[in-house]
Design a protein around this ligand. Structure first.
Ligand code: KG4
Ligand code: ZN
Length: 359
């Protein structure tokens, strides 16, 4: 079966073609066009610009994905498009594009939840890697505890089987990636903040500044990152006064220590809550996903802690940590395989606040 995936929920225009035979999944193409350069002068994603870029780039990205996969529309069995959550005007661009294609070629079309896509990025591994690791697609991995950390969301989702989800915790304010982005903006580093902060943090001392670990000891699985961001802001104001006439090298060291201390605080909370939930819900595996899952320290720490509990652990390949259409196509495949999902063309719509729900 050949599935065409389309993703435009935020600032990446993506199209992918996936070949699926039972559990043998092959990504034939996954074209991702990032708009980072367009949004970075604004320190964040500007929805109207994102929609304009999607409009401009969807056709060439789709054409490229089809030609890299050496296929054509007549051979496609299913179109899967991100319906939400995300920026409404950006989502509509992908949804309308997919609807047009589906109508023109008389193909089944299915709307996909972007966060379910992130979860399924863990199933997009090279077959060899799956065979050689202890991460099998067996029932043993369930219930699988998913930590989804992106620019828009931070959620702990317990998955009892394919398509059976329960949100057990989420952020009450900023998402983890959003906190990285906001702190980077406060430090005048640029956008997106995650990669810039983690790079700076490599040479910093994570114990230099003691930032709060919000909600760490509360008896729930929710997160809060806005207080942590404010703590960084206060420190920045204090340091600005102290170092106003100090030499540049010292300033760099302070920035590195600040980045490392902030990153450590975020990771401490994410990992501690995930591990606590894994114990309480007797998880068979821990799966990390979302844009922040590109963070090396988070990957290493969560893997180490999962192994201490002797749990299966998985994280997406680096190429699938950020937004991409391959993960959307894969959810489309699983949903259709599950048969219960409805295929809609005419009434499919963008749903900016779509929640994860069972298939
Ligand atoms: O999943 P994603 O590509 O888009 C959304 O669905 O939101 O996530 C983007 C987020 C941004 O906030 C970005 O700063 C963050 O992922 N990110 C990182 C790293 N790479 C990307 N955060 C921390 N460390 C990184 N290495
Ligand atoms: Zn995402």
């Amino acid at each position: 079966m050949l599935i065409l995936g389309i993703e435009t929920s935020c600032d990446e225009t993506s199209a992918a073609v996936l070949e699926a035979k039972t559990d043998k999944i092959k990504v034939l193409s996954n074209v991702v066009l990032s708009q980072i350069k367009i949004h970075s002068p604004f320190g964040g994603v500007v929805p109207s610009l994102a929609a304009r870029e999607h409009e401009k780039n969807l056709s060439p990205v789709f054409e490229k994905a089809m030609s890299e996969a050496k296929t054509e529309m007549a051979e496609i069995d299913l179109i899967a498009v991100t319906a939400g959550p995300g920026l409404e005007i950006a989502l509509w661009k992908g949804v309308n594009f997919a609807k047009n294609l589906a109508g023109l070629w008389k193909k089944p079309l299915i709307g996909i939840n972007h966060l379910e896509g992130h979860i399924y990025s863990n199933w997009l591994k090279p077959i060899a890697e799956i065979k050689n690791s202890n991460f099998k697609f067996s029932k043993k991995i369930f219930p699988a505890l998913n930590l989804i950390v992106s620019g828009g969301h931070t959620q702990l989702v317990l998955m009892s089987a394919h398509g059976k989800f329960k949100i057990i915790g989420e952020t009450v304010d900023d998402a983890a990636g959003e906190a990285f982005d906001k702190v980077a903006r406060m430090m005048n580093l640029g956008y997106p903040g995650g990669p810039l902060i983690s790079k700076l943090a490599e040479k910093g001392n994570p114990k230099k500044f003691s930032f709060p670990r919000p909600m760490l000891n509360q008896k729930n699985y929710n997160f809060s990152f806005s207080g942590l961001k404010t703590a960084v802001l206060y420190l920045l104001k204090e340091i600005d006064v102290i170092t106003s006439d100090s030499i540049l090298k010292r300033k760099l060291k302070i920035q590195q220590d600040m980045a490392a201390s902030f990153q450590q605080a975020v990771i401490d909370v994410l990992v501690a809550k995930t591990i606590k939930a894994a114990k309480e819900f007797k998880a068979g595996s821990i799966l990390l996903s979302g844009g922040v899952s590109a963070n090396k320290l988070l990957r290493e720490t969560l893997e180490k802690e999962s192994k201490k509990l002797k749990l299966f652990y998985s994280q997406p390949d680096f190429q699938y940590t950020g937004d991409n259409a391959a993960m959307i196509a894969l959810v489309g495949y699983y949903k259709v395989r599950n048969k219960k999902s409805e295929l809609r063309i005419k009434n499919l719509k963008a749903e900016p606040n779509l929640r994860i729900k069972n298939w």
